[in-house]
Design a protein around this ligand. Structure first.
Ligand SMILES: [Zn+2]
Length: 416
């Protein structure tokens, strides 16, 4: 394929995926309704509900503008050979390919972060603030940025250097070796995320003795599942939105509860949320998603290996010669149709897993308590009660609230 043909394909993919996303957003916005579903009417007051509709339309308008501007900027970069221009500007100053690639991505990412900074600030400090979610201070925001840069620079930089080194030393078979390392890295991240990465951004404290801990221990012994590494995270530092998750595998496994979750829920509801998370373990969802993740790494790198040294990809982006970093940018776009399909399959699987975990919580603990927790979580985060089915199909990793409540209701009545 000539560089011109490749560029046309790249532009075509960018335009189609942008238009498709806009269409889904539009359908989703049009699906909004003013009435409150009877299942959760008692959890909302009218005012709060109309606030949630305002929140949703404020977010939609904002994302329409940011994605539009982002689309125009990236299309211009691609069509005018902007990436190739950056490469030609840097190339004379660096004789080493690895350093050139590191500087290239560093420059591109810092410039794009600076350009999107006003939007990040507006989203956090204006929109989230207006609806009462934002708890992030200016200091936390800046520190998060610095830590994010350092972490991204170290981890991303190491992986990128290693990949280029492998391409140069091993040739076309580099992908097998790099996939092995990347898989090992992902597994390590899974194991040590809560002990190494999370403490950089949040404070984790062991759950205090008390009613909640006693209730959790009682549940744990009932299902004979060890639940002793329970931590509370200061999520309230950034946002009033609540969450809970499991992290790690084997003995390193930890349960993390947001302080915001604990303040807003009863003990029964909290144990029900934990029971849902245990459900993901017992139904092998965690192991499955790790295996799928590793298979995906191998697949992505195999496809990448077919393109990584093709000079025409670099030329398509305006480069003067073959450069691995330019080919990585081109690959990032050329791969979007495939990643859209795998992403869709993952979402379908994930939604199925959520139903299974809900069912587990209902069978082993209390479906009604889980329903109440889900209702509260949905009300507190002003989540969309009427998402468009097409939007759900492509984007939702969790089933919409009403579907989950419906499934739980069927289960709890059957259990009686
Ligand atoms: Zn879940």
């Amino acid at each position: 394929m000539t560089p011109q043909t490749i560029l046309i394909i790249i532009l075509g993919i960018s335009i189609i995926s942008y238009l498709f996303d806009q269409l889904l957003d539009y359908l989703n916005l049009k699906a909004q309704r003013k009435d409150i579903p009877s299942e959760i009417a008692s959890f909302y007051d009218k005012e709060k509900y109309s606030k949630s509709l305002d929140y949703y339309s404020a977010q939609a308008k904002f994302s329409f503008i940011t994605s539009g501007l982002g689309f125009i900027a990236s299309l211009a970069m691609l069509a005018l050979g902007g990436f190739g221009w950056v490469d030609q500007l840097l190339r004379p100053h660096f004789s080493n390919d690895i350093i050139l690639a590191l500087v290239f991505f560093g420059v591109v990412m810092i410039i794009s972060d600076i350009l999107t900074l006003p939007f990040q600030l507006y989203s956090t400090f204006i929109i989230e603030e207006r609806f009462g979610f934002n708890k992030t201070t200016g200091k936390t925001f800046i520190l998060d940025k610095i830590k994010g840069y350092l972490l991204g620079g170290i981890i991303g930089g190491l992986l990128l250097s290693l990949m280029i080194y492998f391409v140069q030393k091993i040739g076309p078979d580099f992908w097998i070796w790099f996939a092995l390392i990347a898989s090992a890295f992902v597994l390590m991240m899974n194991m040590f995320y809560t002990s190494l990465i999370l403490p950089l951004f949040n404070k984790l404290t062991p759950l205090q003795e008390g009613e909640l801990k006693t209730a959790i221990e009682a549940f744990a012994s009932k299902i004979s599942f060890p639940l002793d590494n329970i931590f509370v995270i200061d999520g309230s530092k950034r946002s009033s939105k609540a969450n809970a998750f499991f992290s790690g595998i084997g003995k390193k496994k930890k349960i993390v509860l947001y302080d915001t979750l604990i303040t807003n829920h009863t003990t029964d509801e909290l144990v029900a949320v934990l029971a849902h998370e245990v459900g993901h373990f017992k139904k092998k969802h965690i192991v499955m998603s790790m295996i799928i993740g590793v298979v995906q790494i191998f697949f992505i790198l195999f496809v990448l290996s077919l393109m990584i040294t093709n000079e025409n990809l670099s030329l398509a982006l305006g480069g003067s010669q073959q450069a691995i970093h330019l080919n990585l940018v081109a690959f990032g776009i050329l791969f979007t149709p495939i990643s859209a399909i795998t992403g869709l399959l993952m979402s379908i699987l994930s939604r199925r897993n959520e139903f299974e975990a809900d069912a587990y919580a209902s069978e082993t603990y209390d479906g009604n308590a889980l329903s109440n927790a889900l209702k509260k979580l949905s009300v507190d985060s002003l989540s969309n009660l009427y998402p468009h089915p097409a939007y759900v199909f492509f984007h939702y990793s969790h089933p919409p609230l009403l579907q989950r409540l419906h499934a739980l209701k069927i289960m709890t009545t059957r259990n009686l």
